[in-house]
Ligand binder design. Structure first.
Ligand code: FES
Length: 109
């Protein structure tokens, strides 16, 4: 595993090796770092439409509503503090970790 801290006000995407995550919130208070790939056929969920009242993201590929509670199972653990977000990421297997496409040079194990 790897731990990365980033500014949630300026970054939304985290990638650890082949796994990509995006920062999502339904109410501006509780945040999740969800996988970008749809569990159906791998569609780009970060481009989906969030319906907070129903607790779903509509995937742009097949218009299926994916429940957030299902996505949270594969979410990266996340701790939010004012001005920072710290995530525990799966082991990137020697691949780089990036935040919004910028390489992270220092991580903790
Ligand atoms: S890939 Fe997301 S609904 Fe099919």
């Amino acid at each position: 595993m790897a731990v990365v801290t980033f500014d949630p006000g300026h970054a939304r995407f985290v990638k650890a090796g082949s796994r990509s995550f995006f920062l999502s919130t339904t109410d501006g208070r509780v945040f999740h770092l969800l996988r970008t790939t749809c569990p159906h056929r791998g569609g780009p969920l970060h481009l989906g439409q969030l319906d907070a009242s129903r607790g779903v993201i509509r995937c742009p590929w097949h218009d299926n509503d994916i429940p957030l509670r299902c996505l949270e199972r594969d979410a990266a653990p996340l701790v939010m503090r004012p001005g920072s977000a710290t995530a525990v990421l799966p082991d990137p297997g020697g691949e780089p970790i990036t935040v919004d496409g910028r390489l992270i040079l220092a991580t903790q194990r």
